[in-house]
Design a protein around this ligand. Structure first.
Ligand SMILES: Cc1cc2nc3c(=O)[nH]c(=O)nc-3n(C[C@H](O)[C@H](O)[C@H](O)COP(=O)(O)OP(=O)(O)OC[C@H]3O[C@@H](n4cnc5c(N)ncnc54)[C@H](O)[C@@H]3O)c2cc1C
Ligand SMILES: *[C@@H]1O[C@H](CO)[C@@H](O)[C@H](O)[C@H]1NC(C)=O
Ligand SMILES: *[C@@H]1O[C@H](CO)[C@@H](O)[C@H](O)[C@H]1NC(C)=O
Ligand SMILES: *[C@@H]1O[C@H](CO)[C@@H](O)[C@H](O)[C@H]1NC(C)=O
Ligand SMILES: *[C@@H]1O[C@H](CO)[C@@H](O)[C@H](O)[C@H]1NC(C)=O
Length: 457
């Protein structure tokens, strides 16, 4: 992205902010009523800490279920209530980061659980968590939030009940937006794409390897989904063509696996790659990632949101313009503990347990963050990225808000896992991890047949 776009975006939000500065803006009074949008991992984690602080809160959840993306749902396109599908879960998924980096504080999986349990097991864990902390009674299901507006001294949160289709508006003193970041699929465009006669889907809609048995399939992309689906499909399909440009230690997938460079164009029955080669395929799965989507944010919220970024946020969560609204879970390249820590930070803020700096100081801190990114050669789309700063971030928000300090060993495990995954893609999940102390962990080979889940709920 050109520098011009940087300065333009920075200037824009600086202007809108400075126009709005009022006295006492950085202070957040204890909320007499807080609202959380979404009952996934992030929303549930926030709810637990709000409950611990005695905040009066409601979670608005669009679907009939908690657990967000961790709940497998066979519907494609829209669900039984006509909602767009928020979950991207598929059969046989196993988590790709050790559970230690994902567990809620003080609520570990049963000790015998393998370090990389199935997605289904993680969903059970979330249900157990909600039960244990008595959160379900605070969740108002089938409530799709369609608008959040700033109304001078409170938020007007409008939602549609999916059973009655009626709209309701409620007042909230504090809003935590935890609506997820992996439900709006990114579709690339290639020449000839509309002439292709086979089936094209995004990994968001992928459910089951059986749909691809004995078919000739093209997978596009080698992010977490692309690599995972290559594992799931290579011994099921008649041929698996994998187009990507990741450099990694490619394992032996199967005799019919073919690696290809990026796509040049589609034809009616196949695809031509950048090297000029051609492959005939029946189905295409685009594993090309997700955009942010926050269709319910009114202009009055004061947030600039696009598919690629949400800004300006203090500490990756707080809406600088109106700090009684915060995001939990719009950070990229994180371990899930970051989302949990954000939930604790935001709950402490809603409860009035600590004081934010002035609005001007928050904006300065954000601009410093932006300049630091730029100095590292990063772009505006990286503004929500935490990545290797996770441990500094943990230290920082602990210092500011007095919340639990997530130990450095967690970030070390994440970094090791991310690297080792690309070295030994087919076997990296066969290891177990254990934390020894704040700086050290143990790791040993311990494959489990059938991936048993000791949680029964
Ligand atoms: C297929 C897949 C695999 C993953 N695997 C891993 C992994 O192995 N390890 C890892 O660390 N992370 C993984 N992740 C990342 C995952 O997103 C996080 O683990 C975490 O679940 C994010 O939780 P969340 O609560 O922020 O979002 P979500 O789980 O998406 O929950 C958001 C909730 O908000 C609700 N909602 C959305 N919009 C509205 C609205 N307008 N009104 C009301 N409710 C709304 C949704 O229905 C949903 O229940 C994976 C993600 C995907 C998609
Ligand atoms: C909590 O908020 C709801 C909705 O505004 C309100 O009806 C209820 O009285 C509040 N409860 C307490 C204990 O303040
Ligand atoms: C509810 O609001 C939506 C806009 O978000 C609108 O399209 C719909 O007609 C409204 N429903 C009713 C029953 O008024
Ligand atoms: C597919 O099967 C072959 C032969 O059993 C095996 O070597 C290979 O590891 C399998 N591929 C995957 C991705 O599991
Ligand atoms: C913590 O974050 C704030 C806001 O980004 C920043 O101003 C401050 O320098 C950071 N402190 C540390 C110790 O990193």
């Amino acid at each position: 992205m050109a520098n011009g776009q940087w300065s333009c975006a920075v200037l824009l939000c600086f202007l809108t902010l400075t126009l709005e500065v009022r006295d006492g803006f950085g202070m957040v009074k204890p909320a007499s009523r807080a609202c959380i949008i979404g009952a996934g991992y992030s929303g549930l984690g926030t709810a637990r800490f709000m409950k611990e602080h005695g905040v009066n809160f409601t979670v608005f959840e669009a679907t009939r279920y908690l657990g967000g993306t961790w709940r497998f749902d066979p519907h494609v396109g829209t669900d039984e209530d006509g909602l767009p599908m928020f979950t991207s879960m598929y059969k046989n998924l196993r988590i790709n980061t050790p559970r230690l980096t994902m567990e809620y504080t003080g609520f570990p999986f049963p000790e015998e659980t393998q370090s990389y349990p199935t997605g289904e097991c993680f969903y059970k864990y979330l249900k157990l968590f909600a039960k244990q902390f008595d959160l379900v009674q605070h969740i108002q299901f089938r409530s799709l939030v369609t608008s959040i507006k700033w109304a001078d001294d409170h938020w007007d949160v409008t939602y549609m009940k999916t059973d009655t289709k009626m709209n309701h508006t409620e007042q909230c003193d504090f809003v935590a937006v935890a609506s997820g970041e992996f439900s709006s699929p990114v579709w690339p465009k290639f020449d000839g794409q509309e002439t292709f006669k086979g089936k094209m889907i995004h990994s968001h809609d992928y459910k089951d390897p059986e749909d691809y048995r004995n078919r000739r399939v093209l997978i596009v992309g080698a992010g977490p989904s692309g690599l995972d689906l290559a594992i799931h499909l290579s011994n099921v399909t008649a041929k698996l063509v994998h187009s990507h440009h990741l450099r990694y230690n490619q394992p032996f997938f199967s005799d019919t696996y073919v690696k290809k460079p990026d796509i040049k164009m589609f034809t009616s029955n196949g695809v031509i790659f950048q090297d000029g080669s051609f492959e005939e395929v029946d189905d295409v799965i685009f594993c090309t990632g997700y955009d942010f989507t926050h269709p319910f944010l009114d202009k009055s919220v004061g947030i600039t949101a696009s598919g690629k970024f949400v800004l300006p946020l203090y500490q990756h969560t707080v809406n600088i313009r109106h700090p009684t609204l915060a995001f939990v879970g719009v950070s990229k390249k994180i371990l899930n503990k970051v989302l949990e820590a954000q939930g604790e930070y935001v709950a402490a803020l809603a409860a009035g347990k600590f004081e934010l700096p002035s609005q001007e100081a928050m904006l300065k801190a954000w601009l410093t963050h932006v300049r630091a990114l730029k100095a590292k050669g990063m772009r505006l789309v990286d503004v929500n990225t935490i990545d290797n700063d996770a441990d500094n971030y943990f230290a920082n928000i602990t210092e500011e808000a007095g919340i639990y300090r997530r130990p450095p060993v967690l970030s070390d495990i994440r970094v090791f896992n991310a690297r080792y995954r690309l070295e030994d893609l087919l076997n990296y999940r066969d290891f177990d991890y254990q934390i020894v102390d704040d700086h050290n962990y143990k790791r040993w080979y311990n494959p489990r047949k059938g991936n048993p889940c000791p949680i029964d709920i």
